[in-house]
Design a protein around this ligand. Sequence first.
Ligand code: CP
Length: 331
Amino acid sequence: MTTTPTRTAPHPHLSPRPGHDPWHRADVLSMRQYGREDLQDLFHHTDTIRASTTARTRLAGRVLVSAFYQSSTRTRLAHEAAMLRMGGTCTGFADAGVTRAGDFFGESPEDIARMLGGYGDVVVVRHPQTGAPGRFASTAGVPVINAGDGWGEHPTQAMTDLYTMRRFRGGLDGATIVLTGDLRMRTMRSVLLALRHYDCRLLLFPGPGMTPDPVLIDEVSAGAARVERAASLAAAVRDADFVYMEPVVQPDYTVGRSAAPAHKPATPDAFRVDRALLENHAGPHLRVLHSLPRQDELCTDLDDTSFNGYWAEARNGVPVRMALLDLMLGA
Ligand code: CP
């Protein structure tokens, strides 16, 4: 096993404070920007913000701009709620069709970013094209947060997911985590890159044709985590602390908005997680995480059980982003 660096080099676009600070005035584009201690700093700061009654005005006067070219229930609203709860304000768009990106002009990400960087202090971008947040960052002049780019990454989701695991278990070293569903997804890519810093066992059970990029697996395996293949969900959950799952039935992440088809295929039984599976095969401490939205792979009969970690995960998206925005923009 090779040694994992505890701190990564700053992203080349960034202008960090003297000494290593991957957060202040920095873009958040990829989990590759962060080492283990960077993540620990974020999680500690999240705990501090949660407990504080005076932190809630620290971002007064700051403006967050949302630029969402793809639909979202959680990510946009959690960023905006986080900024509002820190005393700042928000503006932006949740549908590029109302901007000049979505009309005759097809205005470029670079030109739109120049405008938005003049209107706010941080820009949060979701886009169907992998790498689009980096294009925003090249001209915005203010920090840009990648809120999900095509099949690329979703770093603030991974921050939320690891924070949630840490709160449930007290730490990630020694954990066994089952990862199932479409392991090519941007959430999975970011989570795998984050988990590589921890001495944990990762049991992969991908949907058909949904194995992660082998280059990514090599990168994760070169870190502290051990990557293995699971034979079935029933076998994998036996010693697991977490099931981290995503849908098998997926929309096309390279388009802006996918209408629900009249008939969606059902998730194969082998990739469905339900109460019977966990009650028969898992320990009582196991928690299920899912970035949501779910399809039939995550059965609603788990909602009222102790296995449900996904509502807490979704709620944790706000305090983690409060801490992140404070580290990025605070005094
Ligand atoms: N977790 C997540 O990315 O959800 P949304 O697509 O609703 O933002």
